[in-house]
Design a binder for this molecule. Structure first.
Ligand code: 5AD
Ligand code: FES
Length: 347
């Protein structure tokens, strides 16, 4: 009857909490293959065999937060801190534009140096030089006024993973000054303002249960975001979770397939973390229903310092290498990387 839940999800795009739990707990290799074939069908219906690319610019690894899982948490005294200047960032964009990127993702820790004024100036400069490109911000929790100001300056999209919907689980992953309610409110504010919004969570984070994952599915169904970023949790050696087990390839792929059936038009990346736990992780992610990849555009000198988790791939590669590598990888499974802003059809 798990198969009948997948058919129901395919038809109705929604399940009850109990059905989600049953489907997640009762997964088998055969069920997964069935799920992935339907997920691909949905993906092809809306996005064909195109894969959208986003140029990820990790512009600062200073962070005032102390999330227990994250390698750039403020308590990690071993992290080598850096921030890119506006000029550095614009150079990344130039390189990225020439490589065919039409979306730039500015990602960083919550760094007080990057005031609203500096962020706004940066957005204006990028938009002026690359009016045909989308700007995605991924810089954490801010006031609604700040989000509005970035939007008015030209930012198009915002990524803010909700991390986990369940309040108790959220508290097990974060220090007590961070609140799941505040984070979820940020996502609603971003949507109200008019951003294309991305939420998401780690698969296999410490203490996570199938019930938590079911709650994440219900939350995301309700939020109805344009994008959903998920990847396996991977321990970082300088965090309190250093000794915890990583999330699995198998469960991450399964969740990707379920998300594709729940929100067929959502933009779904095969993440770097997925590529880190398995050499073919990103290709398998695409075959499970993902349709986006986000290669790194950060300067090679700083890549090894933006380590949220151990063994991150691509820290020694040039942007052009990653661009080429991904093109080959996508081709190997029958998909093509396209030069396009790649806006979400889930509007
Ligand atoms: N393993 C996997 N993903 C992580 N993130 C942070 N730390 C880790 C880790 N150890 C994810 C979080 C965050 C995103 C930028 O990276 O979900 O939102
Ligand atoms: Fe960076 Fe393959 S994507 S080397």
């Amino acid at each position: 009857n798990q198969k009948s839940f997948i058919d129901k999800l395919h038809k109705e795009h929604t399940l009850t909490k109990e059905e989600w739990i049953t489907l997640i707990e009762g997964r088998t290799p055969e069920l997964s293959e069935y799920l992935f074939s339907l997920a691909r069908k949905e993906r092809h219906r809306y996005y064909g065999h195109d894969v959208y690319v986003r140029g990820l610019i990790e512009f600062t690894n200073y962070c005032k937060n102390d999330c227990l899982y994250c390698g750039i948490r403020k308590s990690n005294g071993n992290a080598h801190r850096y921030r890119l200047s506006e000029e550095d960032i614009l150079n990344c964009c130039k390189e990225g534009y020439d490589l065919g990127f039409r979306t730039f993702v500015l990602q960083g820790g919550e760094d007080g140096y990057y005031t609203d004024e500096r962020i706004i100036h940066l957005i204006r400069m990028i938009k002026e030089q690359y009016p045909d490109c989308a700007i995605t911000l991924s810089i954490g929790e801010k006031s609604k006024e700040s989000y509005q100001a970035y939007f008015d300056a030209g930012a198009d999209r915002y990524l803010l993973r909700h991390e986990t919907y369940n309040h108790e689980h959220y508290r097990q992953l974060h220090p007590s000054n961070l609140s799941p309610v505040h984070r979820q409110q940020c996502l609603r504010n971003l949507k109200d303002i008019g951003y294309q919004v991305g939420c998401g969570f780690m698969v296999g984070s410490p203490y996570q249960t199938p019930e938590h994952l079911a709650e994440d599915m219900l939350f995301m169904k309700e939020l109805n975001p344009h994008m959903i970023g998920i990847g396996p949790f991977i321990p970082h050696h300088d965090t309190p979770f250093a000794g915890e087990a990583a999330g699995t390839l198998e469960l991450t792929l399964y969740m990707l397939g379920l998300i594709r059936l729940m929100i067929p038009k959502v933009l779904l990346p095969a993440t770097t973390a997925l590529g880190t736990i398995h050499p073919k992780g990103r290709e398998l992610g695409i075959l499970a229903g993902a349709n986006v990849v986000m290669p790194n555009l950060s300067p090679t000198e700083v890549r090894k310092d933006y380590l949220l988790y151990d063994n991150k791939i691509c820290t020694g590669d040039e942007s052009a290498q990653c661009r080429h590598c991904l093109e080959m990888r996508m081709k190997s499974v029958g998909y093509q990387v396209v030069t396009d802003r790649g806006d979400s059809l889930n509007i």
